[in-house]
Design a protein around this ligand. Structure first.
Ligand code: HEM
Length: 506
């Protein structure tokens, strides 16, 4: 065990350099606090800061949160796994966090919504975690995934019907932020609660605006109505299974778990969906690989889970005892940020950060250990069908602004695309029960061309490559015929194709 000169709980929290003149803009000292430690919340580019911290300190680095509260950032893939998979040494119960116990973290600390202990499975440990998590796992296990995919497809059709005649849309506000809410309301058992107001409330709550508390109350009221309905008339939905689980959750416990599920699922899945769509729109190679069948939609989703995990960091894990991680001495009561964003690009497991991960699922976007996300297959299904079905409806969709005008909001916890303006050929609304067709009604572009050049013979659009219908990217100078992949493949030709249609549910 290496001795650690500056444990996050080490330097006196009251010593600040506020009185000193600040460093000039662009100076590397910008955004540093006591002991020269970096203030994460002041970083202009967190990704770049994490790489700097990795180079300076190795896989576990000391840093500062708001009010110069010390924290460790776990940057290594192996060290992150070690932390999340060792519940005997690290837990998610903030009540043991030294800066909180010593009053350094004030009640109005900006991270308080993440920090304050709540009776939900994310903060629970040991037997209590097993009890709450057991009920959630049992409810997830009742989800019929084929029916779910069919429902996601119908929700996609409904949402696209709202803007398909206009020829333009913002795929963040009008699509990615709606589809996960529509689907999660259906999964939980409250399809009638899904509307613009609920989406607005969830968005408002996550942005932490002045009306965030009222928005939280609005969502909790909806979840309260759902809990009461499930007690009175249980049905075959997620909330009823939670209510009737042998763990005998109280009404408050049911509402809290439903809130974690609804809001966590909404935020992460909306983020993932927007990121995959953006990548398809801005990266001709990415789109070409989908078009040509070298990459499937599930592989595209997995690639984005590596490159841009929807939660960049999870606040937080806490050391239950004195221990060692990545060569650092961690004191009992220290806080550690679990950070999938830098861990996923740890050069020791991914020497080339631009490499195609080919569907590999060993990223940390869903966490790991006892708290690993129980809803990951639901999140994957929403993103996969959401991308596939949208591109089937609008095969010629294109970004409507230059790529460098795309804007993001970034916090320590996550990075969000603000808007994704697109244009496409206006189309009439479609019957939501209709199975999406591979038929492409846009005029063929005779000058279709991709990236470094199209393969001489376009690969057969194998039915295991569900995005083979995707539209060609914007015109490029070299004239070649349109890809064969955009034609209607007709009825399923073989047993595999029939199985695939059955499996996808549409
Ligand atoms: C792309 C979508 C999603 C992503 C990226 C994601 C990611 C995560 C992450 C990183 C954690 C924390 C793991 C840890 O602490 O080590 C988590 C926990 C959790 N997620 Fe997800 N999630 C997604 C979708 C969902 C969905 C659809 C559900 C609905 C069932 C869900 C329910 C939960 C719950 C209940 C927890 C807390 C588990 C526990 O503490 O035991 N998530 N998720």
């Amino acid at each position: 065990m290496t001795s650690e000169p500056h444990s996050p709980t080490g330097p006196s929290p009251t010593v600040t350099d506020d009185a000193l003149p600040g460093p000039p803009p662009g100076c590397p000292a910008h955004g540093t606090g006591p002991g020269g430690l970096n203030r994460l919340h002041e970083a202009e580019d967190l990704k770049e800061l994490y790489e700097r911290l990795r180079a300076e300190h190795g896989p576990v680095a000391p840093a500062l949160l708001h009010d110069d509260v010390p924290v460790w950032v776990v940057l290594g893939h192996t060290e992150s796994q070690q932390m999340v998979r060792t519940p005997g040494q690290y837990c998610r119960d903030s009540r043991i966090w030294t800066p909180l116990k010593e009053g350094l973290v004030k009640p109005d600390h900006p991270l308080m919504p993440h920090i304050a202990w709540q009776p939900m499975c994310s903060h629970a440990e040991g037997d209590e975690h097993k009890r709450l998590r057991g009920a959630i796992d049992a409810a997830v296990s009742t989800v019929d995934f084929r029916g779910l995919r069919r429902h996601i497809n119908r929700s996609t059709q409904r949402i696209v019907n709202r803007f398909c005649e206009l020829g333009e849309a913002d795929l963040v506000a009008q699509y990615s932020e709606h589809l996960p809410m529509a689907v999660m309301c259906h999964v939980l058992g409250m399809p009638d609660e899904y509307d613009d107001r609920l989406v607005e409330a969830a968005r408002d709550m996550l942005k932490g605006t002045e009306t965030a508390i009222a928005s939280n109350a609005y969502i909790m009221e909806a979840l309260g109505r759902l809990t009461a309905r499930c007690r009175a008339e249980p049905a075959n939905d997620f909330a009823s299974h939670l209510v009737n689980h042998p763990a005998e959750l109280t009404d408050e416990e049911v509402r809290e778990q439903l809130r974690v599920v609804l809001i966590g699922a909404y935020e992460a899945t909306a983020n993932l969906l927007a990121n995959v769509l953006r990548q398809v729109l801005i990266d001709p190679r990415f789109r070409a690989q989908l078009n040509g069948g070298q990459m499937t939609v599930p592989e595209a989703v997995e690639q984005l889970l590596w490159d841009e995990p929807p939660f960049s960091t999870i606040f937080a894990y806490f050391a239950k005892q004195e221990t060692e991680l990545g060569g650092r001495r961690i004191r009992k009561g220290d806080g550690l940020l679990f950070a999938p964003l830098p861990a996923n690009v740890d050069p020791r497991i991914r020497p080339d950060p631009t490499a195609d991960m080919q569907g590999n699922r060993s990223h940390l976007a869903f966490g790991g250990g006892p708290h690993e996300c129980p809803g990951q297959d639901i999140g994957r299904a929403i993103a996969e069908v959401g991308v596939d079905a949208l591109l089937m409806r609008l095969p010629d969709v294109e970004l409507d602004i230059p790529e460098d005008e795309l804007r993001y909001t970034e916090s320590i916890a996550s990075r969000h695309l603000v808007a994704l303006p697109v244009r496409f050929t206006p189309r009439p609304p479609q019957d939501v029960m209709q199975r999406p067709s591979h038929h492409n009604d846009t005029p063929p572009q005779q000058d279709w061309h991709i990236g470094a050049g199209r393969p001489e013979t376009a690969p057969e659009p194998a039915s295991a490559q569900p995005a083979a219908h995707l539209a060609p990217p914007p015109p490029q100078p070299v004239p070649v015929p349109p890809p064969a992949a955009v034609t209607d493949p007709g009825p399923p030709r073989n047993a595999w194709q029939r199985l695939l249609r059955w499996w996808r549910g549409y």
